[in-house]
Design a protein around this ligand. Structure first.
Ligand code: UDP
Ligand code: MN
Length: 599
C-alpha cells in the first residue's frame, strides 16, 4: 500500500514536471525574448506596460518602455539602421557636395536613410529597468527651424512620435523661421497633413532667429510641459519620462537630456561622453565641468548642471513664462542657453541633466547660413546676457572680448525690471553655489604665465623655436632668431601658460606630441587644457623644456632646423633652451599650479 502510494506520488510529480517543462518550452519557442538579448526582459508582444498596471496610488511608478516599438526597432535593417555609420556611393558625389554646402552636414546621405530609422539604445544599463511615476503631464514639443533639410526635420518628428508614449505627446509644433527652401513649403505641409497628425506648422513672416522662433512655438503650445528640440535630432528609447519626472515633482525644474552625436558625415549615432556638468569660460564658450562623485556612483540619477548645452530641454510652461521665457531681444542664434540657465538658477529654479534620456543631435561640420544682415548678433546677445545677469562678472567677459564694450545691446529696461520683479539672486551667488568649481577650472583672471617670449637654443644660439604661422597639425620648427634679424618672418613668441602648455602668443593652438617613439615630432594642436600630450615644464636649472612625465626634452637638429622630443640628457647641448622671460615665483610653484581637477 505504502509502496503503491510512493509510486503514485513519484508518477504524479514526474507528470507535473513534464507539463510545466512543456508549457515553458512552448511559450519560449512562440515568444523568444527579442530585446535585449539577455532573455530577462518582458514579452515584447505584450501591450505597453502603461496599459496593464496594478494598484493605483499617487506615487505609483511604472515601466514606461514601449516594448512593441523596441522590438520593431531591433529588427530594422538597412542603411543607417541601429545608428551604424552609412556611406554614399561615389556616383553621388555631386549631389553630396551641393547639399553639404547648404546644410553643413551630409544631407544627401540623410535622404537615403529611413525617416523612421532605429537608433542604438546606449543608455547606461540601469535605465532599462528604471520606473517613473505614472502621473506625468503630456508635452508640446517645439522645433524652430530655418532652412532645415527636409529629411532631417521629418526624421526628428518621427523619432519623437515613435519613441514617445502616445499619452505623453500632445503635439509637435514646427516653427518655420522664414525658410526659403521651396521643399519646406507646400510639400512639407502635405507630408505632415497625411502622415503626422500630431504635427502643426506655424510660419513666421520674417527671419526671427531661433530664440523668437521658440518663443512663437511656446505661445502656441497647449500642453503644460514644453520640450524644445533642434530640427536635426533623434530621440532615443524612452527619452520622455526621465525628462518629465523631475518636473512633475517640482514645476521650477528644467531638465536636459544627454545629447548624443549624430555624425555629420556618416550619420553614425554615438555617445559624446558619459555626462558632465554644463558650464562656460569667460569668453562665453560652452565648456563642461566634471561630474560630482555621487553622480558617478548613481549613473541613472539626474544631476544638477549649471548651464544647458542649448538646443534640447524640457520645462514646465508655467515656470518658463514666470521667468519671462527667453529675452526676446536675443537675435538669430547664440547666448540664449546662458540667458535661460542663469535666469533659471538665479530666479528660484534648478536645472538637471537626466542620464536616462538621450537625444541625438547633428553637430554640423560648419555653419552653412550667411549672416542675415544683422551685424554682430552674437556679440550683442552676449552683451545683453552679461549686462542683465552677470553683474560685475561681465567685466571678465569684456576683458576677453573687448569689442563688446562699445557694442549697443539695445534696450535692457524690461529685462532688468524682470530681474528685480522676480527678486533673482546675484551672479556671485550662482558662481558660489551652482558653478562652484568653475573658477578653479576657468579662472576669471588667468594666473600669470610661467614664462614667455623668445625660446633660444643654447647649442645653436642663432636658432629659435618658430611655429612659422603654421596651421594646426603641422610640425613646429626652428629658424634664425628674429631678434637678430628683424626682417626675418616667423612666429617666435611663445607663452608657457598656467594650463602647463606652450602656445604661440595670441593663439589657442598648443605644442603637442602625440607619438611615443624616439625623436617624436612636435605639432600644433588646438589647446585642450587637459595637459596629456600638451603638458610642458621649463626646468630653469637644466634649461630643459620637458614634455609630459616621461622625461623627454625638446631637442633640435640644427642642420635641418627640425625640433622633436627625445630622452633628456644633460650632455646634449641642443636640449638646452633659454626662455626670454621667466616668472620664477610661478615656476617654483609649478607642482601646485594649474587648473584643479586635472589629474
Ligand atoms: N534656427 C532658427 N532660426 C535661425 C537659426 C537657427 O530657427 O535663425 C534653428 C535651427 O534650424 C535649429 C536650431 O535653431 O533647429 C538651432 O540652430 P543650429 O542647429 O544651427 O545651431 P547649433 O546646433 O549648430 O548650435
Ligand atoms: Mn543644431
Amino acid at each position: 500500500m505504502r509502496r503503491n502510494l510512493i509510486s503514485l506520488v513519484k508518477f504524479l510529480s514526474l507528470a507535473l514536471l513534464t507539463i510545466v517543462l512543456t508549457v515553458v518550452v512552448f511559450r519560449y519557442v512562440r515568444n523568444p525574448p527579442r530585446y535585449p538579448d539577455d532573455g530577462d526582459e518582458p514579452d515584447p508582444r505584450a501591450p505597453p506596460a502603461e496599459a496593464v498596471k496594478l494598484d493605483e496610488t499617487d506615487d505609483e511608478k511604472i515601466d514606461w518602455h514601449d516594448y512593441r516599438q523596441i522590438s520593431q526597432d531591433s529588427r530594422r535593417k538597412g542603411l543607417g539602421e541601429q545608428g551604424v555609420p552609412a556611406f554614399l556611393s561615389p556616383t553621388e558625389d555631386a549631389v553630396k557636395a551641393s547639399l553639404y554646402k547648404v546644410n553643413g552636414f551630409n544631407a544627401a546621405l540623410s535622404d537615403k536613410i529611413s525617416v523612421n530609422r532605429s537608433v542604438p539604445d546606449i543608455r547606461t544599463p540601469g535605465c532599462r529597468t528604471k520606473k517613473y511615476t505614472k502621473k506625468l503631464d503630456p508635452v508640446s514639443v517645439i522645433v524652430s527651424f530655418h532652412n532645415e533639410h527636409p529629411s532631417t526635420l521629418i526624421r526628428t518628428c518621427w523619432s519623437v512620435v515613435n519613441r514617445s508614449p502616445a499619452s505623453l505627446l500632445r503635439e509637435i509644433i514646427l516653427v518655420d523661421d522664414a525658410s526659403t527652401k521651396p521643399e519646406l513649403a507646400n510639400e512639407l505641409d502635405e507630408y505632415v497633413a497625411s502622415n503626422l497628425p500630431k504635427v502643426r506648422i506655424i510660419r513666421l513672416a520674417s527671419r526671427s532667429g531661433l530664440i523668437r522662433g521658440r518663443l512663437a512655438g511656446a505661445r502656441e503650445a497647449t500642453a503644460d510641459v514644453l520640450v524644445f528640440l533642434d530640427s536635426h535630432t533623434e530621440a532615443n528609447v524612452n527619452w520622455l519620462p526621465p525628462l518629465l519626472e523631475p518636473i512633475s515633482a517640482d514645476y521650477r525644474v528644467c531638465v536636459c537630456p544627454f545629447i548624443d552625436v549624430i555624425g555629420y558625415e556618416t550619420f553614425e549615432y554615438r555617445a559624446q561622453d558619459e555626462g558632465a556638468r554644463g558650464a562656460f569660460d569667460w569668453e562665453l564658450y560652452y565648456k563642461r565641468l566634471p561630474l560630482l562623485p555621487e553622480s558617478s556612483k548613481n549613473p541613472t540619477e539626474p544631476f544638477e548642471s549649471p548651464v544647458m548645452a542649448g538646443g534640447l530641454f524640457a520645462i514646465s510652461a508655467k515656470f518658463f513664462w514666470e521667468i519671462g521665457g527667453y529675452d526676446p531681444g536675443l537675435d538669430i542664434w547664440g547666448g540664449e542657453q546662458y540667458e535661460l540657465s542663469f535666469k533659471i538658477w538665479q530666479c528660484g529654479g534648478r536645472m538637471y541633466d537626466a542620464p536616462c534620456s538621450r537625444v541625438g543631435h547633428i553637430y554640423r561640420k560648419f555653419p552653412p547660413f550667411p549672416n542675415p544682415g544683422r551685424g554682430d548678433f552674437l556679440g550683442k546677445n552676449y552683451k545683453r546676457v552679461a549686462e542683465v545677469w552677470m553683474d560685475d562678472y561681465a567685466e571678465y567677459i569684456y576683458r576677453r572680448r573687448p569689442h563688446l564694450r562699445a557694442l549697443d545691446p539695445g534696450d535692457l529696461t524690461e529685462q532688468r525690471a524682470l530681474r528685480s520683479r522676480l527678486g533673482c539672486k546675484s551672479f556671485g551667488w550662482f558662481v558660489e553655489h551652482v558653478a562652484f568649481d568653475l573658477v578653479d577650472v576657468y579662472p576669471p583672471v588667468e594666473p600669470e604665465d610661467f614664462a614667455h617670449g623668445e625660446i633660444r637654443n643654447i647649442g645653436a644660439p642663432e636658432l629659435c623655436l618658430d611655429s612659422k604661422n603654421k596651421k594646426r597639425d603641422e610640425p613646429v620648427a626652428a629658424d634664425f632668431c628674429k631678434k637678430d634679424d628683424p626682417k626675418a618672418s616667423g612666429e617666435q613668441e611663445f607663452r608657457f601658460t598656467w594650463h602647463k602648455d606652450i602656445r604661440p602668443k595670441g593663439k589657442t593652438d598648443c605644442l603637442d606630441v602625440s607619438r611615443g617613439h624616439e625623436k617624436a615630432p612636435v605639432t600644433l594642436y588646438p589647446c585642450h587644457g587637459k595637459q596629456g600630450n600638451q603638458l610642458w615644464r621649463y626646468d630653469v636649472g637644466k634649461q630643459w623644456i620637458v614634455h609630459g612625465y616621461n622625461n623627454r626634452c625638446l631637442d633640435l637638429d640644427p642642420a635641418a632646423k627640425k625640433v622633436y622630443v627625445a630622452a633628456c640628457s644633460t650632455s646634449v647641448s641642443t636640449q638646452k633652451w633659454r626662455v626670454e622671460n621667466v616668472d620664477m615665483k610661478a615656476i617654483n610653484n609649478w607642482e601646485n599650479a594649474g587648473p584643479k581637477g586635472i589629474k
